[in-house]
Design a protein. Structure first.
Length: 295
């Protein structure tokens, strides 16, 4: 079977049987197309003629060309699932990519604010205009509850419960979760909802918690701009997700259980949350190096 035909069959499988996104299909096609071009230049005319060593040689060539380890990893994974598919459908007699070694993924540790920096940022908004009250409530809620910026943008008034001190949000995968709202955030929200928000309400206003000067829902882009601008005013570089990282890291530093943090962040897999244990270890090591006399 030619490479072109095999790749077309595989992409059709990803689209119709697996229901994977167009972007993922394009990424896989690009990876496999690159291998096919290399294979043809190397004298391989069909998928049946490919051996494990050919796959390894291709990835090594990619490395020598200066391609990043992350991209090579994606290329390798595409080859592995491609040949697994071909073998399962009987197009090749053996899954030759089963033993293919791909670069390990190096998870980047998320940046965080220190507790002092977070406090400095929140204390910097002292005005009483509607926008001051709104922006303070935005920052307080992002830091107090670890919300994603999309969750904040879509939050509606009925999702807030001051009696129960929680907010109900809908996150990735359309999953709903309940997250506590701290005392400072509740105070800021009360001021915004009672004093600031009514002054911005127009005929266009719906039930979103945070609205613009025109009374409409704030977009995620606008929320990011607000956070960055408020942080820049106090010489900090902050974006909404940094406050989410800080929320999780500071909870862990304070002794919170990882499973509880997982629930509050809305992570489907505990492995996603475990990255914060590495962040905390990094902070502890820095403290040790800074303050211990024999570090």
């Amino acid at each position: 079977m030619t490479f072109a035909s095999a790749i077309d069959r595989f992409i059709l499988y990803l689209a119709t049987e697996r229901g994977l996104s167009v972007n993922y299909q394009l990424s896989v096609r690009q990876s496999l197309g690159g291998f096919a071009e290399w294979a043809l230049r190397s004298g391989l005319s069909a998928v049946e003629s490919v051996k494990l060593q050919h796959l390894t040689d291709h990835l090594l060539r990619r490395k020598s060309d200066g391609v990043s380890a992350a991209t090579i990893r994606l290329n390798g994974i595409a080859l592995k699932i491609f040949f697994r598919f071909l073998n399962s459908r009987g197009f090749v007699s053996k899954d030759i990519a089963d033993g293919l070694m791909v670069p390990r993924s190096e998870a980047a540790l998320p940046g965080t604010l220190t507790e002092e920096q977070a406090g400095h940022l929140l204390a910097s908004i002292t005005g009483v205009t509607p926008l001051d009250l709104r922006d303070l409530a935005i920052l307080e809620l992002l830091y107090a509850s670890g919300l994603r910026v999309s969750e904040l943008a879509n939050a509606t008034l009925d999702q807030l419960s001051f009696d129960e001190e929680v907010i109900r949000v809908t996150g990735k995968g359309n999953k709903t979760r309940i997250v506590p709202v701290g005392r400072s955030a509740r105070h800021a929200l009360t001021l915004w909802l009672d004093t600031g928000r009514p002054k911005l309400v127009t005929a266009k206003t719906r039930s979103h918690v945070f609205i613009s000067v025109r009374g409409t829902r704030l977009s995620t882009t606008r929320l990011e701009q607000i956070v960055k601008a408020r942080a820049k005013a106090v010489a900090l570089e902050v974006y909404p997700h940094l406050l989410r990282h800080s929320f999780a890291t500071h909870l862990l530093s304070g002794g919170a259980d990882l499973r509880v943090i997982q629930e509050m962040l809305g992570h489907a897999d505990i492995a996603t949350t475990q990255i914060y244990t590495h962040v905390d270890k990094r902070r502890l090591k820095q403290v040790h190096r800074t303050f211990h006399p024999r570090a």
